[in-house]
Design a binder for this molecule. Structure first.
Ligand code: PYC
Length: 317
């Protein structure tokens, strides 16, 4: 299996270029269902230990149904599948350039949640025009074991997020294990209290935002992804969800730039345009700009008889 690894502001992406499972043709959301139901061993083989690790987001390169798209992609992680992935789309653009498949300029990419536009600015920088994003609920109360009563917003940015501002634990690298523990407790509380996104959708990302120390940065975040790994980048879909909340509160004007830094120090520059409401909620079209670098261009091997071929090590799911 030919894979290309990159990182976007520190967050790894592994694009599977060839020898992925045959999912047939048709809309990408149907192909994703086939992948989940009939070929999930591929996901575990491609990104979990021993060939990968928990933080890696994989992307299966697919033939798009829409011929005007440069590529189709299905993103996945150590525990399942992602509707969209902002850092992964930036990594994909830099990877497609590395493969000689795209040049600088704007390209359409098909995903299971819709078509997104990516602009390759140079060999290591791309912007993503994400799917329409919106705040679904404001100031939702939640009781969390060990943390007490909290309140946060629920927003969609291509994935579902529970966003908490000014969390009691400072967003610093030395606090990563505390932040990981707290965000997982919040995720469990959301589940047990049946607090969901629209139509009962599971909220599978938790985002803490706080004040930045750097003067040229607007906010620092910590984002917990499904599967227990935190995002090393500021999270493209998480930044989109954050922008949706800022816009809904009148705290960020259309086309103004918002610099979002991750707890690891990488930054995305983000802005938005207004979009038609989604289910009568005001919506935005976010644009996220970030940098990505290729780390390896490799062949993954699965030998007959390898008992760990499809990954059953440690916490891999
Ligand atoms: O950048 O959207 C993102 C993302 C989702 C999960 C990890 N990164």
């Amino acid at each position: 299996m030919h894979v290309i690894d990159s990182h976007t502001e520190g967050e790894p992406t592994r694009i599977v270029v060839s020898r992925g499972p045959d999912l047939g043709s048709g809309p990408l959301n149907e192909r994703l269902t086939r992948l989940r139901e009939q070929a999930d061993h591929f996901r575990r083989f491609a990104i979990n230990e021993p060939r990968g690790w928990d933080a890696v987001v994989g992307g299966l390169l697919c033939e798009p149904t829409d011929e005007s798209c440069a590529a189709g992609v299905i993103f996945f992680n150590n525990t399942g599948y992602l509707g969209m992935c902002g850092h992964g789309t930036i990594g994909l653009a830099v990877t497609l350039h590395h493969l000689g498949r795209i040049g600088p300029g704007t390209h359409k990419i098909e995903t299971p949640v819709g078509i997104v536009r990516v602009k390759l600015i140079d060999a290591h920088t791309a912007s993503v025009d994400n799917v329409p994003s919106y705040r679904f609920r404001k100031d939702v109360s939640l009781h969390v074991d060990g943390l007490g009563d909290l309140s946060g917003d629920i927003a969609w940015g291509g994935n579902w997020f529970f966003l908490i501002d000014d969390f009691c634990v400072p967003l610093e690298r030395k606090n990563l294990s505390q932040l990981t523990d707290a965000s997982q407790r919040i995720m469990a509380a959301l589940k047990s209290q049946s607090i969901t996104g629209k139509d009962g959708a599971e909220i599978d990302h938790v985002e803490f935002s706080g004040q930045a120390e750097q003067r040229d940065v607007d906010s620092v975040n910590f984002v917990m992804c499904p599967g227990g790994a935190y995002d090393r980048s500021p999270c493209g879909t998480g930044t989109s969800a954050k922008l949706a909340c800022l816009a809904a509160d009148g705290k960020l004007a259309e086309n103004a730039t918002w610099v979002q830094q991750s707890v690891c120090g990488g930054t995305f520059r983000a802005s938005y345009r207004s979009a038609p409401p989604v289910d009568s909620e005001p919506a935005i079209l976010p644009t996220i700009v970030g940098g990505a670098f290729i780390c390896s261009d490799a062949t993954l091997v699965g030998q007959p008889g390898d008992p760990f071929c499809h990954s059953v090590i440690c916490g891999a799911r």
